[in-house]
Design a protein around this ligand. Structure first.
Ligand SMILES: Nc1ncnc2c1ncn2[C@@H]1O[C@H](COP(=O)(O)OP(=O)(O)OP(=O)(O)O)[C@@H](O)[C@H]1O
Ligand SMILES: [Mg+2]
Length: 251
């Protein structure tokens, strides 16, 4: 396999779910690249295959056709280089926040310094929650702990499935900024699936729009993403509007 400067390379991806004589092609002919230290937002109507795409990139679901390469190696199963944060957090209810956040790294024998742990907690605003159990947290706090746990795995690629859904706007914007602060300090790329135009425009340096016909509708270039000042600029509102129009126009 040729070495590429892209971290991730997706080519001709297709996923068909079959049960008995029924089959449904959810994604077809999906191709895109993601560079190192870059970000991609994935948007599209409910049921168009966003989570399916993330699961395939995570190596948890095999494609029906096509292939995905990470740093030149074909993805055929889960990899330590990829961390996935699903919508439903996946925290262990019988462990405290302090234990939950370091659990993944411990399982993978990744040494984390006290400084790194403190910095990560601070960036995500969860430094005071160590002694609590997941049931004692709000949805937003649980999401942050799940995010912290994934970041401490030091992945090359972080996959986020609607990470900030069901969180109020102000907290959501703080979390987006917190994630971007971590992103700037460490070298990783991320793919974020979202239903929010603003989140896509704020976070994705490329925005992949999927439609209900199993394909990519368009890819928007959004090079200003990730810059805090961008959020309050006229360009930000223009691009959000552009994205809204594309989505409203989908079949
Ligand atoms: N294991 C499966 N078996 C059969 N069909 C599936 C399976 N997983 C997903 N699907 C179907 O594939 C389609 C895409 O599902 P997916 O969860 O990827 O959508 P999504 O874009 O993430 O939607 P949402 O925005 O609601 O989260 C849906 O029609 C779903 O019912
Ligand atoms: Mg989904």
């Amino acid at each position: 396999m040729a070495i590429s400067r892209d971290l991730l390379r997706v080519r001709g991806l297709e996923k068909t779910f079959s049960s008995g004589s029924d089959s449904k092609t959810v994604l077809k002919d999906i191709s895109f690249d993601l560079a190192y230290n870059d970000s991609l937002a994935v948007v599209g109507p409910s049921g168009c295959g966003k989570t399916t795409l993330l699961l395939m990139v995570a190596g948890l679901l095999p494609p029906t056709e096509g292939a995905i390469w990470l740093e030149g190696d074909e993805i055929k199963g889960p990899s330590k280089k990829i961390a996935l944060v699903l919508q439903h957090y996946g925290l262990l209810p019988w462990k405290t926040v302090g234990a939950n956040i370091t659990l993944g790294a411990k399982l993978q024998n990744i040494g984390i310094s006290g400084k790194e742990l403190q910095e990560t907690k601070k960036e995500l605003g969860i430094e005071a929650l160590d002694h609590l159990y997941p049931a004692q947290l709000s949805g937003g706090q649980r999401q942050r702990v799940a995010l912290g746990r994934a970041i401490l795995l030091r992945p090359s690629l972080l996959l986020l499935d609607e990470p900030f859904a069901a969180i109020d706007t102000i907290t959501r914007e703080r979390l987006q900024s917190g994630l971007l602060a971590v992103f700037k300090r460490r070298r990783f790329s991320f793919i974020v699936v979202t239903h929010s135009f603003e989140e896509a425009v704020f976070m994705g340096r490329k925005i992949l729009v999927l439609d209900n016909r199993a394909g990519i509708r368009t890819v928007l270039n959004n090079p200003d993403a990730g810059d805090i000042a961008f959020r309050s600029s006229p360009e930000f509102f223009e691009r959000s509007l552009e994205l809204r129009r594309v989505l409203e126009d989908l079949p």
